[in-house]
Design a protein. Structure first.
Lengths: 266, 106
């Protein structure tokens, strides 16, 4: 009756790597994608894989494609993946893996660590740095109202000339608001990047229809832990500069440097 | 450092959805792709990421309406066990009279 079945078989999920000196205790109490299994470190060749056992009836080749289409499952697992890596952020350098690196055995994880020497370089390159995210949103209506107020609006209601002037004003405002979105994104990214070792500009996410407006900036910045304050100050400065124009900044992180490992892609 | 919620900056009102969009984008679309022993179809993940990117933008709105952010997408609405789409397909096939018995008759 206690025969192992296919459903109780396990695999090893790997979240990312840290240096081999990293204490396992850093991940004590962090649940991971399979909450009942402890998160541990598998060490080899100067690297340590942040890892945990997962059941193959949840993460195996058969179950995974189906589970990936279950939004509630996916959201929970993606958050768990990030939480494990977040436990190391600020304590040691982390090289984050994308969701879904799953191995059959510890031996295979070790083999990967021995083989991927580029991960050692990545740890070196990213040493002591964290990623901060800055999102900016533009309230177009607010900007439009403000810009309209700055102009003299024709008052002779009803006259043909006033009508034409209003039409021209509307068109000018459309253009202004459109180009402002681009300008504010460019200026913000440049200012934020000046405080960072490296920077990435990601595509803005589509408008939600609610909240602070349309996303105009989706930036990621690699900063040494000690210089995090400078980037935070730059965000505060930008917020003050553009608040009246209807721009709202949002700072996220510190994150593991997810946006700064594309060089290591196989 | 603590949980992602504690790691967040300003805007307490938008924390959940912003966090969701930001986490999904990073964990599914960034980070090193490592081919482990379990083969995941990365194209599937890419398509998934695109769908999610469109959906999480309206996560706030969905929550305001008291529904989950993925409700608008049948692909992502399958629930645990993933039977939703298959069941619907089977029902539609039955309604259309194209079930297995018919196929065998032909």
């Amino acid at each position: 009756v206690n025969e192992p079945t296919a459903s109780s078989a396990t695999g090893i999920y790997v979240y990312g790597v840290v240096t081999s000196e990293t204490p396992t205790a850093l991940f004590a109490g962090v649940g991971g994608v399979h909450a009942s299994e402890p998160t541990t470190l598998i060490r080899d060749s100067g690297l340590a894989a942040i890892a945990g056992h997962v059941r193959l009836d949840e993460f195996g080749e058969e179950a995974l494609p189906q589970n990936l289409r279950d939004a509630a499952w996916l959201e929970a697992k993606v958050r768990a993946h990030d939480e494990v890596l977040a436990a190391a952020v600020g304590h040691t350098t982390v090289v984050p893996f994308r969701f879904g690196a799953i191995y059959e055995s510890e031996a295979h994880v070790r083999a990967m660590l021995a083989e991927r020497r580029d991960l050692v370089d990545a740890l070196e390159r990213l040493s002591g740095a964290v990623e901060l995210g800055v999102n900016a949103y533009l309230d177009r209506e607010r900007l439009r109202t403000r810009r309209a107020a700055e102009r003299s609006v024709p008052t002779e209601a009803g006259s043909g000339r006033a009508y034409m002037q209003r039409r021209q004003l509307e068109r000018a405002l459309d253009d202004e608001v459109g180009s402002f979105a681009g300008e504010v994104a460019h200026a913000s990214h440049e200012r934020l990047a000046s405080t960072a070792e490296d920077a990435r500009l990601n595509p803005v996410r589509p408008a939600a229809g609610v909240g602070p407006g349309d996303m105009v900036l989706n930036g990621a910045y690699l900063v040494p832990v000690a210089r995090e304050k400078e980037l935070r100050a730059a965000v505060a400065e930008l917020q003050e500069r553009y608040a009246d124009d209807g721009v709202l900044y949002e700072l996220t992180g510190p994150w593991p440097p997810y946006n700064f490992v594309e060089r290591e892609q196989a | 450092m603590g949980t992602p919620a504690q790691r967040m900056g300003t805007l307490p009102g938008r924390r959940d959805s912003a966090q969701l969009a930001d986490v999904l984008e990073r964990v599914l679309d960034k980070g090193i792709v490592i081919a482990g022993d379990i083969q995941i179809n990365l194209l599937d993940i890419e398509l998934l990421t695109i769908r999610i990117r469109l959906l999480v933008a309206s996560a706030d709105k969905a929550r305001e309406m008291g529904i989950n952010w993925w409700e608008g997408d049948p692909f992502l609405r399958q629930g645990r066990g993933g039977k939703g789409l298959e069941d619907r397909l089977k029902r539609l096939e039955q309604e259309a009279g194209i079930d297995e018995a018919d196929e065998q008759d032909q």
